[in-house]
Design a binder for this molecule. Structure first.
Ligand SMILES: Nc1ncnc2c1ncn2[C@@H]1O[C@H](COP(=O)(O)OP(=O)(O)OP(=O)(O)O)[C@@H](O)[C@H]1O
Length: 333
C-alpha cells in the first residue's frame, strides 16, 4: 500500500528548461527556452512501478533524467529518502548512484563497445565497492548474469556480438548489480522486436518482485505500460495531466487527453476494435517554447469551446467533464 511511510521520492514543481543556444536557433528564438518539464509533482513509493506515457516530445525522457539529476534542474525539488538531490554536490550525488539507476532505450548504444560483457556489468561494482576482491566481483557478475538470463560463456564477448534483447539484459544486469532501490527505465523495450519486448518486460517484473525494486517505466506502448505498472502518469507538454492507479486510469480515464490516448490503443477483439471510436485530437501540440498559459491542453481540448479557450486557470473551465479532470489535477498537485 502506498503510504507516507514508504515514500522513496517526492518531486515538487520540477522544471527543466533548456536554453536555446543562439547558433542553432531562429532569430526570434534567441534567449528563449524549451520547457521540457514544466512544474511536475509526483511521488514514487517503495516497490511500485510508475508508468509514464505521453506523445513524443512531451518530456518523458527529460523527466526521467531529471529524477536522477542527469540533466540540470531549472526549478523545483527531487527529494530522495528525505534528502533533496537538487542541493547535492557532485560527490554527494555520486554516492546516491548506487540506489538510483537507469536503463536506456537503445541497448547497444548504451554499452561501451570496447568493453566485454563481464567488464560492463562489473563496472558499477568496481566503482562503488572497491573493497571487493576480483573473485568476489566475478561471482557477483556471474550471479546477476544468470538472473537476467545470460549464459556464463558470454562473459568475455563484446556488445556488438549480441542481439538487441540480449544487450538490454546486459543493461539490466549492470543497472541491478548494485541492488538499487529505484530504476528508471527510459523506453527499455521500444527498440526491440515485439516478441522480445514481452520477455524483457516480464524479466523486469520478476526482478522487481524479487528485489523489491521501484521502477519508473517510460513507454509509448500503452499496453506494455498497463502490463507492468501499478500507477500511470500521463504527460502532455511538460505537465502531468493525469496520475492514477492503473485500473482507474485504464477503466475510467478522466482527462480528455488520456481518453484520446487510450482510444487509439488497439483492442485484441476484432468486433470491439471495429466498433471502436478513436477520439482524434485536433491541431498540433503547441511549441514547448511557449506553451499555452493556464491549461496546457487547452488548444486541443474537445471541451475548449465550452469555456476552456478563455485562458482561465484549470479549475475555472466550464465543461463538467473537464472540471472532473481538472479537480483531479488539483488533487494530484
Ligand atoms: N538537450 C536539449 N536541449 C534542448 N531541447 C531539448 C533537449 N532535450 C530535450 N529537448 C526538448 O525537450 C522536449 C521534451 O523532450 P523529451 O526527449 O524529454 O521528450 P519525450 O517525451 O521523451 O520524447 P520521445 O518519446 O520522442 O523520446 C522536446 O521538445 C525536445 O526537443
Amino acid at each position: 500500500m502506498n503510504t507516507s511511510d514508504n515514500i522513496l521520492m517526492e518531486v515538487s514543481n520540477l522544471k527543466v528548461h533548456f536554453n536555446i543556444k543562439s547558433d542553432n536557433a531562429w532569430p526570434w528564438q534567441k534567449g528563449q527556452a524549451v520547457k521540457a518539464v514544466d512544474g511536475v509533482n509526483l511521488t514514487i513509493y517503495a516497490g511500485e512501478t510508475l508508468g509514464v506515457v505521453g506523445e513524443s516530445g512531451c518530456g518523458k525522457s527529460t523527466l526521467a533524467r531529471a529524477l536522477l539529476r542527469l540533466v540540470p534542474i531549472t526549478e523545483g525539488n527531487v527529494v530522495w529518502l528525505g534528502q533533496d538531490l537538487t542541493n547535492l554536490d557532485k560527490k554527494q550525488l555520486r554516492s546516491k548512484r548506487q540506489e538510483l539507476q537507469m536503463i536506456f532505450q537503445d541497448p547497444l548504444a548504451s554499452l561501451d563497445p570496447r568493453m566485454t560483457v563481464g567488464d560492463i556489468i562489473a563496472e558499477p561494482l568496481n566503482t562503488f565497492r572497491p573493497e571487493l576482491s576480483k573473485d568476489a566481483v566475478k561471482a557477483e557478475v556471474r550471479k546477476i548474469m544468470d538472473r537476467v538470463g545470460l549464459l556464463p560463456n558470454v562473459i568475455n564477448r563484446y556488445p556488438h556480438e549480441f542481439s538487441g534483447g540480449q544487450c538490454q539484459r546486459i543493461g539490466i544486469a549492470r543497472a541491478l548489480i548494485l541492488k538499487p532501490k529505484l530504476v528508471v527505465c527510459d523506453e527499455p523495450v521500444s527498440a526491440l522486436d515485439v516478441s522480445i519486448q514481452a520477455q524483457v518486460v516480464n524479466l523486469l517484473k520478476e526482478l522487481q518482485a524479487e528485489m523489491g525494486l521501484s521502477l519508473v517505466f517510460i513507454a509509448h506502448d500503452l499496453s506494455v505500460v498497463k502490463h507492468i505498472s501499478d500507477r500511470v502518469l500521463v504527460m502532455y507538454l511538460g505537465n502531468v495531466v493525469e496520475l492514477a492507479s492503473k485500473r482507474a486510469l485504464y477503466d475510467n480515464p478522466k482527462h480528455p487527453y488520456t481518453k484520446a490516448l487510450l482510444s487509439a490503443v488497439p483492442v485484441p477483439d476484432p468486433k470491439v476494435e471495429r466498433g471502436k471510436k478513436i477520439q482524434l485530437l485536433t491541431g498540433d501540440v503547441p511549441s514547448p517554447i511557449s506553451p499555452p498559459s493556464g491549461c496546457v491542453f487547452r488548444t486541443r481540448c474537445p471541451h475548449a469551446n465550452k469555456g476552456c479557450a478563455q485562458q482561465k486557470p484549470l479549475l475555472q473551465v466550464l465543461s463538467k467533464e473537464h472540471q472532473v479532470a481538472c479537480s483531479r489535477l488539483a488533487e494530484i498537485a
